[in-house]
Design a protein around this ligand. Structure first.
Ligand code: APR
Length: 231
């Protein structure tokens, strides 16, 4: 079975109603990311950070997968598919994808403040300030903040090295190390990019650019890959 690796970013969830990052002046839902998505922010104002991620969790739980998420799940009928997502929502899983790597964590889980490897499911949208991990430290959202390690990057790079086909959907490729993953894909491998604003990676060989919204471009490409009929 051919192996397809898909790297997704905020753009794939935009049509599910979840905002992207860099389409809105560097603000995330009106917040300066430095004030809510860094270890320093957590030290200085844990209540603000907890409230912020509780709101993001509420939004993510209320959102529904769109046609792009569902189409990627269908690819598993004929391909060995790995989704590597930078998104903290769980829309790929809810659409039926079974092999999803969350590079930046997932909002539906909490994480120990002492040991990031200790993570737990969260019931509902609210992570309470008094919730503790088994080591007695405060639980925070299981997300990778700016300035923190990205432990999933090594397995993700390995997946990219083994890809027979690569698809990038809805990422500006502005944030490393995720943005460097495409460099691990063999230069002979076809690399589809689906984004209304294609990021500038012309140095990469074998690019096929599809300047469409995810809900249009992804189902069309998936149909082509499943039926052999060109888009
Ligand atoms: N369909 C496809 N792509 C879209 C759509 C859509 N409907 N709407 C917007 N886009 C594209 C934009 O053109 C842009 O290229 O999605 C991309 C979103 O880019 P960013 O906002 O930078 O999101 P992303 O690349 O996922 O950010 C990476 O940055 O802040 C961090 O940790 C956060 O995981 C995030 C990382």
């Amino acid at each position: 079975m051919k192996k397809i690796v898909v790297l997704t970013g905020a753009g794939i969830s935009a049509e599910s109603g979840l905002k992207t990052f860099r389409d809105s002046d560097g603000l995330w839902e009106g917040y300066d990311v430095q004030k809510v998505a860094t270890p320093e922010a957590w030290q200085q104002n844990p209540q603000l950070v907890q409230d912020f991620y509780n709101m993001r969790r509420r939004d993510a739980l209320a959102a529904k997968p769109n046609a792009a998420h569902y189409a990627l799940a269908e690819l598993e009928q004929q391909y060995n598919v790995t989704i590597i997502t930078q998104n903290i929502d769980d829309l790929h899983e809810r659409a039926g994808s079974t092999n999803v790597m969350h590079l930046h964590g997932v909002i539906t889980r909490s994480q120990s403040s002492l040991n990031p490897a200790l993570t737990y499911p969260i019931e509902g949208w609210e992570l309470k300030m008094e919730a503790m991990c088994e080591l007695g430290s405060q639980l925070r959202a299981h997300v990778v903040w700016f300035g923190e390690d990205v432990p999933m990057i090594i397995p993700a790079a390995r997946e990219c090295q083994q890809a027979d086909l690569f698809i990038l959907v809805g990422s500006s490729l502005a944030v490393y190390p995720a943005a460097g993953l495409v460099n691990y894909v063999h230069y002979n491998v076809p690399k589809y990019i689906i984004d209304p604003k294609i990021p500038d990676i012309n140095r990469i060989k074998n690019l096929i650019k599809i300047a469409d919204k995810a809900s249009v471009g992804v189902p069309a490409l998936v149909r082509q890959l499943l039926t052999g009929v060109p888009r």
